[in-house]
Design a protein around this ligand. Structure first.
Ligand SMILES: Cc1cc2nc3c(=O)[nH]c(=O)nc-3n(C[C@H](O)[C@H](O)[C@H](O)COP(=O)(O)OP(=O)(O)OC[C@H]3O[C@@H](n4cnc5c(N)ncnc54)[C@H](O)[C@@H]3O)c2cc1C
Length: 610
């Protein structure tokens, strides 16, 4: 193949320059003054990742300097929202450092809204502070740019390299430039994966002409999970997918509406409905329904049940708040700074929230470990507070030596959000630098064969297309290859119907999951025949393969956990109750990189905070 290979040798390689990745690059430089730090990013770090479009609020800030919250309070909050199951050591570690990250953002020029009376950051809620955040991403990207030796934009990382002198140690990563088609080989002593979570695993509500409109960024393709899974890293809580109640069709956020504008929901007949489902929910989850604040999944549950009972649609009552010109402005600005398309949808559907209460809907499920759920890699915790079973050397290191993670990549750490993900990047980088120092002059072995094999594998979809294209005279259906979009729609359909998507009201059971897993396995074979007509489609092909691995992991975990822990996120029809006696635990999986077999196990939940 006449493809150019570009080599880069470095100490720390950061895969993905989003919130976690920029934090990692910044901190790696602080501790590793003389180390070579490189970022490989699929898009361009100035506008990449979930924060690309900007944010209106930083959702995780303790405010400890003003006595507002302590890290322990945040652990209790996250634990409560996740029905008891979080990695409390990681959550505490993030929470005790997050304020300093936020202070950095302000120092770097991010404009914060301030409370005119107190001078403090303006609170939207107990944990959220409000910002003029359109330029949030370029601001953190600038900090990363000032810290890294080199930033490679437009590199889709497809696989991690392994050190062949040791059984279980990472040695870098490989990928390709989505514009030039060059093959890139990064040899690194430590790798920090911060490549974000996954949308388009389940069939979205918006299909056809609306396809591409999702709540979670459509370009988040589960690479953080797939790269780690391929390398043999253990994953945790992958069943804990997230479903969001959001404004219909534009997926506009509701946080500022509930918290700042004090809007509220009602059913299609103008009635409050959450209390209707209290007894039903109590029968499923027991006293968790009495917790304050009500866990997000249980609020979703009431929403879903009310719609199923035929009393939809659910509306957000905006007509009252929007009479106040200030709140009206905040309501619109909330979208203009973060989800412009919701404002466009309303304009196109003649919805003025001052006069019409807009509809809400529940989204398709997404997989992510930094927002309000816990999916991700199983990693070592901080040495001062983690119990032995959660600690094997270096903070945020996965079960593969030298492989670290941050943000969506890491499991068990819900409610980190933008600031918490950046903080996790910092924590991972600090530990990665220590890991590199401890390595001293130990050599790694990465053979030409390993590098050559990956090159062959990565560009194979273009080969498939070039050869197979000759067999058809027109159209997109070929006997020899499958286009990425066709594969994606197949994946989404299976996940939707068998693993608990929207079209089945988030319901699944062991029989459905077993069949779904079979179908996903068949897909894995078929995806060897993906055809890519150009570099853009090659990127789509690899995004699809990463999504498939993520989906397989979600299905395996969902089958393993025999209970309904989070009604409103998904239901196991064969185990419709929360079962604390058997399942007050974390789930772990490992896919054998050689055989492709999945092994599942339970891990204890340690409650470190009372
Ligand atoms: C819709 C939405 C709304 C949100 N609202 C808020 C909010 O209001 N306040 C708040 O604080 N937080 C909010 N968050 C959460 C916050 O955005 C995330 O917690 C945070 O961005 C996660 O950081 P990350 O580094 O894991 O992922 P990201 O920031 O998404 O970064 C991942 C990076 O990896 C890159 N990448 C992906 N695949 C590859 C690959 N194969 N090779 C190379 N690079 C790759 C991506 O291009 C991207 O740059 C929101 C998230 C979403 C999705």
């Amino acid at each position: 193949m006449g493809i150019k290979t570009v080599y880069e040798d470095c100490d720390v390689l950061v895969v993905g320059g989003g919130m976690g990745g920029t934090g990692a690059a910044y901190e790696a430089r602080y501790w590793g003054r003389n180390l070579k730090i490189v970022i490989a990013e699929k898009a361009n770090i100035d506008r990449s990742g979930a924060v690309a479009q900007g944010l209106y609020a930083i959702n995780c800030y303790m405010g400890t300097q003003w006595g507002e919250n302590n890290p322990e309070d945040h652990v209790r909050y996250a634990r409560n929202d996740l029905m008891g199951l979080v990695r409390e050591d990681l959550a505490f570690d993030m929470a005790r450092h997050v304020d300093s990250a936020v202070h950095k953002f302000e120092e770097w020029g991010l404009p914060f809204m301030k409370n005119a009376k107190t001078g403090r950051y303006l609170r939207e809620g107990k944990w959220q502070i409000m910002i003029h955040g359109e330029s949030f991403k370029p601001i953190v990207a600038n900090a990363a740019r000032n810290s890294a030796d080199k930033i490679y934009n437009r590199i889709m990382v497809t696989h991690l390299l392994m050190d062949e002198s040791k059984g279980n140690r990472v040695g870098g990563a490989v990928g390709f430039n989505v514009r030039t088609g060059d093959y890139h080989v990064f040899r690194a002593k430590a790798v920090i994966v911060a490549a974000g979570g996954a949308s388009h695993i389940f069939k979205p509500r918006s299909v056809g002409e609306g396809m591409g409109r999702t709540w979670y960024a459509p370009w988040s393709s589960g690479s953080a999970y797939a790269l780690s899974i391929q390398a043999g890293a253990k994953m945790t809580q992958m069943e804990n997918r997230i479903v969001l109640a959001r404004f219909k069709d534009g997926y506009g956020p509701v946080g500022a509406y509930f918290l700042h504008l004090k809007t509220y929901t009602q059913n299609g007949y103008g009635n409050e409905y959450e209390s209707t489902w209290y007894d039903d929910t109590k029968a499923m989850v027991g006293e968790y329904i009495d917790h304050q604040p009500t866990p997000t999944c249980l609020r979703n549950h009431a929403f879903i049940q009310e719609v199923k009972a035929g009393r939809g649609p659910i509306h957000m009552v905006t007509k009252e708040a929007f009479q106040d010109p200030h709140l009206e402005e905040v309501g619109w600005e909330n979208f203009l700074g973060m989800t412009v398309s919701q404002a466009v949808v309303w304009a196109s559907q003649d919805i003025d929230p001052k006069y019409i209460n807009p509809e809400l809907t529940t989204s398709e499920p997404y997989v992510m470990g930094s927002h309000a759920t816990c999916s991700g890699a199983w990693c070592s915790g901080p040495e001062d507070i983690s119990p032995d079973e959660y600690q094997w050397g270096y903070n945020r290191m996965m079960t593969v030596d030298g492989l670290f993670g941050a943000g969506d990549a890491i499991g068990g750490t819900a409610h980190a959000f933008s600031s918490g993900s950046f903080t996790e990047g910092r924590l991972a980088a600090k530990a990665a630098v220590k890991y590199i120092r401890d390595l001293r002059n130990e050599n790694m072995e990465i053979s030409d064969k390993q590098i050559g094999d990956f090159k062959q594998t990565i560009f194979q979809p273009m080969e498939n297309y070039t050869i197979g294209r000759n067999e058809i005279t027109g159209g997109t259906v070929s006997p020899s290859y499958l286009l990425p979009i066709q594969g994606l729609q197949r994946l989404e359909k299976v996940m939707d119907e068998y693993v608990g998507g929207t079209s089945v009201n988030y319901m699944t059971n062991d029989k459905l999951l077993e069949r779904g897993i079979q179908l996903l396995d068949v897909m894995e074979e078929d995806f060897e025949h993906i055809g890519a007509e150009d570099l853009h489609q090659l990127q789509r092909a690899w995004e699809l393969k990463h999504r498939l691995l993520t989906a397989q992991s979600v299905a395996q975990h969902t089958l393993f956990r025999e209970e309904t822990r989070w009604p409103g996120y998904y239901y196991r029809g064969d185990h419709m109750k929360l079962d604390d006696e058997n399942w007050h635990c974390l789930t772990l999986s490992r896919r054998d990189p050689e055989s492709g077999e999945w092994q599942m196990e339970k891990a204890p939940v340690y409650h470190i905070v009372d």
